[in-house]
Design a protein around this ligand. Structure first.
Ligand code: GLU
Length: 419
């Protein structure tokens, strides 16, 4: 039965993947039924006194999907397209991601339908603090640990930490991850998702006897994930020929100078107008003939409409849910390696886990230690999924889901959550 949780396209997509992967491993029927729905979905009203003196009431969601393996974990998204069903789908993806990456964490996600670019800093702070207050009975270092996602950043996490700590009466740095290093954040967290994308691309290229150095890459989205993926790929000698953001795309077949582009974006906010490249559309960036395509923005960008025009040999999903079920099946059958979100963009939550652990023990690692530990988890997880897909002759999305479900199934049966 469809309702406000299950009705959205990303939720339907996620459930289809869950059911298909369940068939591959003959997943316990009762485990499957439980995983099809979140444990808890909370919707709150967030009144904010805007700069013009008027109160505007925003809506906020936090969906806690599953906590069998540990406390709920997942980002908070500020974006106009947020709705309950999308948040619920993203929460389920977090459960599968944490299980696949062998983290002792469950899955959750939150969001507010708002364009943060339209708010002043004061309005954004008020919105975040009030949302945190509404969520505070349900979050905490042992319960549910938010993090940045689309439209939120380390400053938003700092306000959440402060509000939650004020309410508790003492500083609780472990309540959020992705916060500034000055207040308990981890070295290497900002670049973690993008770096994870590159580690996974590196391993995938190796299966095709190629190296990241010299490989061509197109990156859709130049925000927290895409920008760092481009920086890390460039640093390893990758040729980033195209990038895009909301303002449009850029192409330079000799390879874009990424440090120059990063400086340009810091000054101009968008990639549009960068001198050393030609302007192309956002859609064109997805259809270039490159070794690696990394969609690093929103969900539902590779669909049955454009999948026949995709020429990349490897797709690394830096975003959550960028490829629809139909497009994934089509591309996989054509021999394209589609590395699914729960593996490809897992670097973010892996370093969030490192951050949370560091906060709990008050002992901090340097950036090199974090990057080395991250590489170990990403390479190991890729290899596990790759081996499963080769052995069972299934595509990488099914292999990743199945690998994740095997761990979850065991844990749920041991805990007596299904029979
Ligand atoms: N928002 C990121 C994701 O979708 C990170 C979540 C986290 O670190 O908890 O994986």
């Amino acid at each position: 039965m469809m309702d406000s949780i299950t009705s959205g396209p990303l939720y339907q997509n996620t459930i289809t993947n869950l059911i298909d992967a369940g068939k591959v491993i003959n997943l316990n029927r009762n485990v499957l039924e439980r995983l099809k729905r979140p444990r808890r979905a909370l919707t709150v009203s967030i009144p904010v006194k805007m700069d013009d003196g008027k109160v505007h009431v925003f809506t906020g969601h936090r969906v806690q999907h599953n906590q069998t393996l540990g406390p709920y974990k997942g980002g908070l998204r500020y974006h106009p397209s947020v709705d309950l069903s999308e948040v619920a789908a993203l929460a389920a993806l977090m459960t599968f991601k944490c299980s696949l990456l062998n983290l002792p964490l469950g899955g959750a996600k939150g969001g507010v339908p708002v364009d943060p670019g339209q708010l002043s800093k004061n309005e954004l702070e008020s919105l975040t603090r009030r949302f945190t207050s509404e969520l505070s009975p349900f979050i905490g270092p042992d319960k549910d640990i938010p993090a940045p996602d689309v439209g939120t950043d380390s400053q938003v996490m700092a306000w959440m930490l402060d509000t939650y700590s004020l309410e508790s009466g003492y500083s609780q740095t472990g309540v959020v991850t992705g916060k500034p290093v000055e207040i308990g954040g981890s070295a290497g967290r900002e670049s973690a998702t993008g770096l994870g994308v590159v580690y996974v691309a590196q391993r995938a290229l190796e299966t095709q006897k190629k190296k990241i150095s010299g490989a061509t890459m197109a990156v859709q989205g130049f925000g927290k994930v895409g920008m760092h993926a481009a920086i890390e790929a460039y640093a390893l000698g990758g040729r980033v020929v195209a990038v895009s953001d909301v303002s449009g795309g850029l192409l330079n077949e000799r390879g874009i100078n990424i440090p120059d582009l990063v400086r340009y974006v810091r000054e101009n906010k968008v990639v549009k107008g960068f001198p050393d490249a030609v302007a192309i559309s956002n859609e064109d960036v997805l259809e270039l003939d490159v070794d690696v395509l990394a969609p690093c923005a929103l969900d539902g960008v590779i669909t049955e409409k454009n999948c026949a025009s995709i020429k990349a040999k490897i797709i690394v999903e830096g975003a959550n849910g960028p490829t629809t079920h139909e497009a994934n099946t089509y591309l996989s059958e054509k021999g394209v390696m589609v590395i699914p979100d729960i593996l490809a963009n897992g670097g973010g939550v892996v370093v969030s886990y490192f951050e949370w652990v560091q906060d709990l023990v008050w002992l901090f690692w340097n950036e090199e230690e974090v990057r080395n530990k991250l590489r170990e988890v990403m390479f190991g997880s890729f290899d596990k999924v790759w081996a499963f897909s080769q052995k069972e002759k299934v595509n990488l999305r099914l292999a990743a889901m199945a690998t994740s479900l095997m761990r979850l199934e065991k844990a749920m049966l041991l805990r007596g959550q299904a029979w």
